[in-house]
Design a protein around this ligand. Structure first.
Ligand SMILES: *[C@@H]1O[C@H](CO)[C@@H](O)[C@H](O)[C@H]1NC(C)=O
Ligand SMILES: *[C@@H]1O[C@H](CO)[C@@H](O)[C@H](O)[C@H]1NC(C)=O
Ligand SMILES: [Zn+2]
Ligand SMILES: [Zn+2]
Length: 392
């Protein structure tokens, strides 16, 4: 007897993948851009990448379904990427500020044997969440777990806080260590996996690589149907062929289903002035999201200083841990990315529809495109990008 070992969790085949930019500002939010957050929709499921202030509001304004959020990935613990996390958790996990004395609070008895919400982030994410919930007296109505991606210079074990576990916090939060300079398969199911690698910023920071498993190839039924008819084989074997399997007909003829196509690959970087440590993992991405905080825009941005040159602006951006559009384009080209979208813009580069704002953003896109070799989009808040399946 043989038994089939199945993963604990089986995701339905993904179909459409869409990325919604919830916030695209750097340090300061403006009237036209909110703090960093992204929603990745894998079919019906939603994963959030970074969770700046106002992420909840932005979710409510978007078509992303809050109730479908399964996981949250944090690139680094700078406030503009994490200030919204505990607030979002309180909403997602039905939190409350406790009950008056004498009342019974059902939230004091949460089942923490499995996690309703999974959070991944660098060292400090767990302590931040635990303190944030504790000091605001927030009792959650469902469980969560925080897995930390530890750098070699981090403590390898422990929680980085002496505070005890939250009542709703699962005790199985992992401390994940690097192997060969990256964190491979920090999450994996039958349809998709997530890996991460460090990228250079002013504080420990990482980028995430989301890889869809190979998907069934395009099937041409007319290639198979005559053979199935000739041998009186039920048409139901088409579904096996569609999966790429080989079917043996009654007369011994072998029919091979079409080879599987490569799954989609999405790379989401946190803030960076040099993402080269993630280059190998990010190779051939279908979509790369890269920051472009600062740009040199003489004649386009009226606030450009006469004394500035591109080199000065780039050096200034890098000294703060950030990139210019050209740097983003160069990296995108170096990894062979198929598409590049810029985000995390300085408050000087607004996301509204005025002529001047559009001029500025078009120029930023062109500067990146000049290095990338093809068109580059600049994200605006609530913009959604759909990622179709590859043809081959
Ligand atoms: C940013 O968030 C605030 C608070 O929810 C909201 O009022 C504002 O419209 C948002 N801005 C953008 C550009 O979406
Ligand atoms: C939220 O928690 C309260 C108290 O445990 C419970 O009565 C209510 O049904 C919960 N709501 C949801 C949507 O889970
Ligand atoms: Zn930032
Ligand atoms: Zn940062």
């Amino acid at each position: 007897m043989s038994s089939v070992v199945r993963p604990l969790f089986e995701r339905a085949s993904i179909g459409s993948i869409a990325l919604t930019f919830l916030g695209t500002a750097s340090a300061q939010p403006s009237s036209t851009r909110n703090h960093s957050a992204l929603a990745l929709r894998l079919g019906r499921d939603v994963w959030i990448f970074d969770c700046g202030e106002a992420t909840q509001h932005q979710l409510q304004k978007s078509t992303v379904k809050m109730g479908k959020i399964e996981k949250i990935f944090i690139t680094h613990t700078h406030g503009d990427h994490i200030f919204g996390l505990t607030a979002l958790m309180a909403s997602l996990l039905n939190g409350s500020g406790g009950v008056a004395e004498g009342e019974e609070d059902p939230r004091l008895n949460i089942d923490t044997t499995s996690a309703a919400l999974e959070i991944y982030g660098p060292l400090g994410t767990r302590a931040y969440v635990r303190s944030g919930l504790a000091y605001t007296y927030t009792n959650l109505g469902a469980s969560y777990v925080v897995h930390e991606l530890r750098f070699p210079s981090d403590p390898s074990d422990g929680d980085f806080t002496t505070m005890p576990l939250q009542l709703a916090e699962c005790a199985f939060g992992r401390n994940i260590h690097q192997v060969n300079n990256c964190w491979m398969d920090i999450y994996k199911d039958n349809m998709v996996s997530v890996s991460a690698a460090p990228i250079h910023h002013s504080v420990p920071c990482l980028g995430y690589v989301i890889q869809e498993a190979p998907v069934p190839g395009k099937i041409n039924p007319s290639q198979y149907i005559p053979e199935l008819k000739r041998t009186g084989t039920p048409m139901s074997v088409m579904s096996q062929l569609q999966q790429g399997e080989t079917v043996i007909l009654k007369d011994g003829t072998l029919l091979h289903g079409p080879p599987r196509r490569k799954g989609r690959k999405i790379v989401i970087l946190g803030d960076t002035f040099d993402p080269s440590p993630i280059a190998a993992l990010a190779q051939d991405a279908d979509l790369l999201v890269h920051e472009a905080t600062n740009a040199h825009l003489p004649g386009v941005d009226p606030a450009t200083k006469d004394t500035d040159t591109y080199e000065i602006v780039q050096a200034r951006a890098m000294s703060r841990g950030h990139s210019t559009p050209q740097m983003a384009g160069t990296f995108g080209k170096s990894i062979g990315a198929k598409r590049l979208i810029l985000n995390h813009f300085s408050a000087r580069y607004p996301g509204d529809n005025s002529e001047q704002s559009r001029d500025i953003m078009d120029t930023i896109g062109q500067l990146a495109a000049s290095e990338f070799g093809q068109g580059v989009a600049c994200a605006t808040d609530l913009m959604t990008m759909e990622l179709g399946l590859s043809e081959t």
